[in-house]
Design a protein around this ligand. Structure first.
Ligand code: CA
Length: 219
């Protein structure tokens, strides 16, 4: 069964476009035009993810996000170059954002990545590798019993590596799955995050670099 996605956008052109993109990508799309409607319709349908505009006629996107984050994954629609909006969106619990104008491929790739991150997990709540223990529900990571504080992105990155433990994961694969980028080559971002993650874990040997290929988690 196709996952149902809610689009919250008051501008008719953008709303219709997003709905079409999502339908073409094989999702069921429910389009509502205000924050109030979003909160009402969420109770009536089995929504799996929300694509949320910030500027809405009644309750703005930030407030809607604040009320539903934690319950459902949210992708914010932001104006290009509005960095404060993106940061604020992530602070109120959005999982990702897409800047307008966006391409259909970009939007659907982000939706796919966020759904993959949020859906695969229910089945397996705790992943262990050597001294490392990742609890998905609590979003906690322990190494040798010591809790390690990670950012949301670092947590997602670690989780992806652990789910693929023993296998080589390429930088482009990480970009697509963890960041939702479809343009390969922006691998510096991955390298910086992996370096930071190793440092925080205090066990750099758990995430090995496979020269010329990518990374491999192994205990
Ligand atoms: Ca709007």
């Amino acid at each position: 069964m196709a996952a149902m996605i809610m689009v919250v956008e008051d501008e008719p052109n953008i709303g219709a476009l997003v709905r079409t993109y999502l339908q073409r990508a094989g999702y069921e799309a429910l389009w509502v035009r205000s924050g109030e409607d979003a909160l009402t319709e969420l109770r009536r349908h089995p929504i799996k993810l929300v694509v949320l505009d910030i500027g809405l006629p009644d309750i703005d996107g930030f407030e809607v996000c604040r009320r539903i984050a934690g319950e459902l994954p949210v992708i914010m629609l932001t104006a290009r170059d509005e960095e404060p909006d993106r940061v604020a969106g992530l602070e109120v619990g959005a999982d990702d954002y897409v800047s307008k104008p966006f391409s259909p491929r970009e939007l659907t790739a982000r939706v796919k990545a966020v759904l993959r991150r949020t859906q695969t997990v229910a089945s397996e709540e705790v992943i262990e590798l050597g001294p490392l223990r990742l609890a998905r529900g609590a979003r906690e990571v322990h190494v040798d019993g010591r809790e390690v504080e990670l950012t949301q992105r670092e947590f997602d990155l670690l989780e992806y590596l652990l789910r693929n433990a023993g296998k080589v994961v390429t930088r482009d694969q990480l970009l697509e799955s963890v960041w939702g980028f479809i343009s390969p080559g922006e691998t510096r971002t991955v390298e910086v995050h992996v370096a930071q993650l190793r440092k925080k874990l205090g066990r750099p040997d758990l995430i090995k670099t496979v020269r010329g290929l990518g990374y491999k988690a192994s205990g």
